[in-house]
Write a protein that binds this ligand. Structure first.
Ligand code: OOG
Ligand code: MG
Length: 265
């Protein structure tokens, strides 16, 4: 794929996000799209957002659990980037900000030191982590019916859309992150649950994997970044009026309400 097509495809995906309009997956047009080229499209999309003045909060891992891989019918973890405009504060989420949002429960790592791959282990990640916090990521694939192949979702910045961070902070050694249980409920009903170990054995392993993947393009994880380690639970579709709550063992509770500007009768 030439540079102009990479740029055009990145712009196509940004437009879908801005216009909140789902689009046909790009592999329908480019069936031979490789993982490498898909990351080049993602990188172009990231550069375009940076040029628009947005700031990176941190890279994130995705498709790290069996639950997620099975749900999305893909086989490998991927990464993407969370930007400042994606962070939602407060306890309300505006449904009309997205196309067809889903929520998933994650553990986020706030780094005290840079982590530069290759060869990084989970233990090294824990040693470089200032603290961990609970997070609810709201993903919103720009593709029709949330259906994609691996190159599609990579180019689409790993479906990144919104994120809420909880206010319970813990030193990483205060918890056994692989044993941290989480329940994700909508309107008081548990929709999914899991433990940190669902994420490649231990959430810190996922961050190590991220550092090692980024090393391939000469990038590192930086002190101060907040990094999503990947959904522990499957992702649950959001509807107007939903009260979403997540309870994390040792990391507190998070709750938000799904509102909508659009009148629905
Ligand atoms: C891709 C996003 C994956 C996660 O935590 O697994 C992700 C998707 O499922 O649309 O953020
Ligand atoms: Mg996620």
């Amino acid at each position: 794929m030439d540079k102009a097509t990479i740029q055009e495809t990145a712009r196509f995906l940004i437009n879908a996000e801005v216009e909140k309009q789902e689009v046909t997956r790009i592999t329908a047009k480019y069936p031979d799209l490789s993982i490498e080229t898909a990351y080049e499209i993602q990188e172009q999309l990231v550069q375009m957002k940076l040029a628009e003045g947005y700031r990176i909060v941190g890279p994130k891992m995705g498709l790290t659990s069996q639950a997620k891989m099975k749900q999305m019918n893909v086989s490998d973890p991927i990464y993407g980037y969370i930007f400042d405009y994606m962070v939602v504060s407060g306890t309300e989420f505006e449904l009309t900000d997205c196309i067809h949002p889903k929520v998933e429960a994650e553990i986020a790592f706030v780094l005290g030191k840079d982590i530069e791959g290759p060869g990084i282990s989970g233990a090294q990640v824990l040693a470089a982590t200032e603290y961990v916090i609970p997070a609810l990521e709201i993903i919103d694939s720009r593709y029709e019916n949330f259906q994609f192949t691996l190159p599609d979702v990579i180019a689409d910045n790993a479906s990144s859309s919104r994120v809420m961070f909880g206010n319970c902070i813990q030193r990483p050694e205060a918890l056994e992150l692989d044993l941290v249980g989480v329940t994700l409920s909508i309107n008081g009903q548990i929709k999914d649950l899991g433990a940190g170990a669902a994420v490649v054995g231990h959430p810190a392993n996922s961050v190590a994997m991220l550092a090692n993947m980024l090393a391939k393009k000469g990038e590192k994880l930086k002190a101060g970044q907040t990094i999503l380690s990947g959904g522990i639970t499957g992702a649950i579709m959001l509807n107007q009026g939903d009260v979403v709550s997540a309870r994390f063992d040792g990391l507190g509770c998070m709750e938000f309400i799904v509102k909508s500007n659009k009148n629905s009768n």
